[in-house]
Design a binder for this molecule. Sequence first.
Ligand SMILES: Nc1ncnc2c1ncn2[C@@H]1O[C@H](COP(=O)(O)OP(=O)(O)OP(=O)(O)O)[C@@H](O)[C@H]1O
Ligand code: SF4
Ligand SMILES: [Mg+2]
Length: 337
Amino acid sequence: MSAAASTAPVLQVEALRAYYKISSFGLDREVRAVDDVTFHVNANEIYGLAGESSCGKTTLIRTIAAAIKPPLRVVGGSVVFNFAGRPVDMQKADDETVAAVRWKHLSYIMQGSMSVLNPVRRVERAFVDFAFRHIGKRKPEFLDIVRAHLQRLDLNPDILAAYPHQLSGGMRQRVAIALATVCRPEFIIADEPTTALDVIVQNSVLAMIRDVQKEIGSSLIFVTHDLAVHANLCHRLGIMYAGRLVEEGPTAEIFKAPKHPYTTHLVASLPRIGNTAPKKGLEGTPPSLAAPPPGCRFHPRCPLAMDICRTQNPPMVEVLPGRRVACFAVTPPGRAA
Ligand SMILES: Nc1ncnc2c1ncn2[C@@H]1O[C@H](COP(=O)(O)OP(=O)(O)OP(=O)(O)O)[C@@H](O)[C@H]1O
Ligand code: SF4
Ligand SMILES: [Mg+2]
């Protein structure tokens, strides 16, 4: 899949830091879940975020969507969207601006997003709560728009009368996607929207996401730890490890020639037809983000670790046009831009 044509980025994230600040038994602790992350997303682009469990994917996109609740706090950096030429700085925006942007310009399909559907309310109610004020029509016209949207997504409008428990998991996830896209937002963030689904339902939900993104022409950040899903969907991919972005580039190039040792491991461990050789696991476990190792956070597990890796944090460096990697083995110190 080739990268989408771009003009100005629709999202620019700069040196973002978001920590959980926890106080217990008189001790203050911080979990550095997002630590100095910089990247951008272009118009009409699907940007994938990958990395193993607890590496900070959800924290990163929650921060981007300004869906921040204590103990999470933004401690540095910026998140700026560009909606139709109007910049919106999500960290500085007041609650009213964030509320006006949410759903209309930016929608967020949360991890376990079925929870956006209130179990004791019919599905129609969720559409009214989230989208009515943004679409700005009278109720009957609004419901016509919702029905037409559902039909476009191959969903029977009768589901508006259903309660969430009457729908299958796959159907609830489709409804969550319909809900997130009914206002035709310029930007959609989807956090593990297919992880709980079986493979067949997963494929049809992915096809639905791809179709609706194409139809609306939105940008999308798609989060999953499943690289095979990224391979099928995303134009570009960002690989996270322990709260940091360690590699980024066009998806096909990352799969063809991963550069960071962690990405190399992830790509090598993907199952391939006809290859029955046993896969070698990565030794060790991901670090605690409450006490991450100094230097490169991957160094305790890295087969290429050098002395410098134990003391200095490798910067993200553009090693090829559109390819960035944070690794001293790829860009020795002194060669960094
Ligand atoms: N409310 C919280 N309080 C303290 N720490 C938290 C909280 N929520 C998440 N964390 C920690 O922040 C780190 C990043 O978690 P996050 O949920 O962002 O990871 P993730 O990559 O989305 O994981 P997964 O793939 O399992 O969804 C983890 O160490 C996690 O334990
Ligand atoms: S910077 Fe060093 S420890 Fe980190 S990934 Fe590169 S070689 Fe390995
Ligand atoms: Mg998550």
